[in-house]
Structures are given as C-alpha cells and as structure tokens.
Unconditional design. Sequence first.
Lengths: 321, 172
Amino acid sequence: MKSAPGIASLALAMLALSAAASGGGSAVSVRRVDCSLPALVARARSGSGSAAYRHYLAAQLRELAATWPEQELIDLFDAESDPELVELLGAALAGASDRELDASGLHAVANRAEEDPDPALRAAAVRALRRTTALENTQDLYTCLVQDPSPEVRQEAATNLVEDNRLIYSGHDGPAADAAVAAAVATDDPEIAAQIVAGISTEAVSAPSASGLVGLLGSGEPRLRAAAAGALGGVPASERDAARAALLELFDRDTDLEVREAIVEAVVRLDFAGARPLLARLRVADPRLAGEIDAWTAALALGLQEWSLIVREKQRLTAKQ
Amino acid sequence: MKSTYVLWAATAASILVLSVDADAHYVRAPLNGKVTATKYYSSGAFHGAVDIAGGTCGSTGVNTAMEGTLWWSVTIRTTYKVCYGNGDWHHNEVKHTFSSGWAFRQYHFNKSGYSYSRSCDRCTIGTLGGTGLATGPHAHLQYDKYGTKNTTWWWVSKGQYVYTTQRIGYTP
C-alpha cells in the first residue's frame, strides 16, 4: 500500500556550517530543501553535483519510491530517454519491488533492458537491476541479456550476475549460481562467459551446472578454459570426481600455461592435502609448473583447513620465490 | 555564496552517510518498539545482541532489518503462535550469512504467510513473537561469526524507542 506523494514531499532540513559565509562565529543555519520525487529527478536531470552527491540522490530516490504511486514512477521511467535518469528511476522502481510493495516495477525495468531499441538505454536499465531481486523474479532474463547484440549490455549483464551472486547471495545460493552458469553457457562472447564463471562462487551449483562448466573447458579461448577450470575447483563434493576427471583430461591435451595453472589450483581446491600425489605427477608432466606446484605443496603441508588461508599462504610462498 | 556552502555541506554529509563498503549494511529497527536489552541483560549476564519489544504478539509485522537487497534464509522451528517462550532452540530465525562468515540473525518471530526464504529489502518475515528462549514477545538482532557475537554494530541504548524508519546500527 502506498501513501500519498505528500509524504515524500516533506522538506529535508540540511545543516550547514555557515561560519565562513557569515564572516565568522559558529552559528549554524538550516535551509529547507524540497526532497519530493519530482524535485530529486529535476536535480538529477540538471547533471550538477559530484559523483557522491549523485550517489546520494540515487539512494534518496530508492527510498522515496517505496512511498510513491508506482504507476507514476513507471510512467516517468518509460518516458525517460537520458541513460543516467533511466538508471536512477529504474533502480528506484526495482528497489520498491524489493521492498515487496509490487513486482510490476521490476518487470517494467526488465522489459526495457530487453526491448528498448537504444543499446545505451538497455544498458542503463540493466545497471538499474544490479543488486536487486531480478535474478529470482525474471526467469531467464540474464540468459537473454548476455546474448544481446550490444557489447555494453552484455558487459553490464555479466557485472550484475557477478555482483548479485557475491553481494545478495554471498556466494551461498545454488539457484543464483546456476543462473549465472546458464548465462555463461548461453553467451557466444567468451570474454563475458569468462568474467561470469571467474566471478562467482560455485560451492552450491547443481549437477547440470557443473556439467555446463565442464562443457566450457572445450572453448577455443584460453581465458575461458582457465576460468571454467577454476570454477570447477569450487564445485560441491557430489560433483568432485567428475570435475577432477574433466580437469585432468584437459591437462593432457591443453598446453596453455594459464589453463594448466588454473587446473593445478582447481585440483588443489578439490582435494586439499589429498591432492599432493597428483601434484607430483603434474609437476613431472610439465616442468614449467614446478614453482607453482612447489608453492601449493608447501602451503598444503601447513595443514590449513580453510581454502582462503591456503591461498593466502600459497601467495606468500610464491612471492618469496 | 552562502548557498554554495549549504550545497557543499549537504554533499559532504551525504558522503559521510553513504560511503559504505559494498558488503556493509545499515540496520534499521525491524518493528516500532523499545530497546529492552543490548550487550547485557538487566541481570548483568552477557546478551551480545539487541532486543526490541513493541506492538502486538501474533499480529505486528517483523521486517528483515538490514538495508539493501539480501538473500534471507528462514528457519521455522515453531509453527504455532508463541508469545512467552517455548524453550531453547525452538525459536524461529531469519539470517543472512555473508561470504566473510559473519551472519546477521533475527529470532523469536511467529510464523506467518511471509515466513519463507527469499531475497528482499526490509521485507516482512513474520509477526512479533516469543518463540524459543524468550520471556516475552520481542525481536532479537544478532551479528556473529564462529559463535562470537559482535557487540559494536548498534548505537541504540536500553529504554530507547526506535522506529522502522530509523537506523539503529551498521555492520561493516
């Protein structure tokens, strides 16, 4: 239920130290500023203010949207053609949906992200969906967005997938990770796919997603093969054996150093100290990896039980080499 | 000239208020009510969390307290209405676990049609209740890792009345 716009029209009292302006003393002056939604939009449209001030405006708009009639906001959003305003108003609409007032705002932004003829506006609408519930409430939206003809839109969609997985779900949610993997598999842009799989946690992915990651090991782009190998290192225990087998098969046929280093890291992550015999075998197979594998072996010998600690020690040992 | 200073002061204030890390969150009151306990209970025993009581057991809505869209995991251990406690580890709970391992939890609410896991921003998660170890209906807000409770995240005091529109703390 939304209250009248009058609530949002409450003036915000801003404090300002006016000593310098009044020529000395320590008096504090208070000035009333119109913080209604149209006033905030007008201020945003003027383009004035620092980046921090515009960030402040975005936060204010997002809060105000929860008390503003949604259809008015949707009309404002639909009529807007300035990318920055599209992003601001879209984020406000999506933010109101996340407060569970009405999901139609989120869908209005999602529709524009898919269908606006202007790629700059599509990209702005995608940015507006960042750190919202779009992953949960828009079905296969991101699978479509990563196939957009505009590279800017694809890039924004990849950023959303990575940030949402990291900051909304903190890497623990299987369906969110599955949606990201599905998008990585769907896109024809190997750079975008690599960014996605390198940026998400795969600790809770499903078996089909793990298979999707194995499929990405066959990419023609070394960066994507390396990213997929790294992602397979983090899959759940139920997928560990299949992941290890796929990684070792790739090691045998892929001589790219970046890919092989990623495979080594992934097998360490899959088995921790249990990977040491395998590491010894890989060290013989590719002498270029000797330094890397020695660092991993030394880090594993410390008996640490958390992956982040093992990585930290390995990095410290590598830096000492 | 003076208005320029006003603008700069407002901008500086917004920087102070909004310059937070991507994974940091302000916490708002999950319901309108009075703070009844913070670091210690009245008895002097350690509590390490914020308790807020207000409204009517079984009908006043309880919101997730953190600003920003987050995935909230709901655990329902008691399906019926309880206002004055039904024993340790019977509390209903909603929590978000950050990738750092820190978790923000809210206890004691009664189950409602909104008590299910999902992503949202300050959404209703149940009604005011006293499920679990509670002597009366209230919301318990706790930030912990490996069993250690962080006691530095709130800035409210016992006896203070707080509103859902009000920021009561910050988790870095």
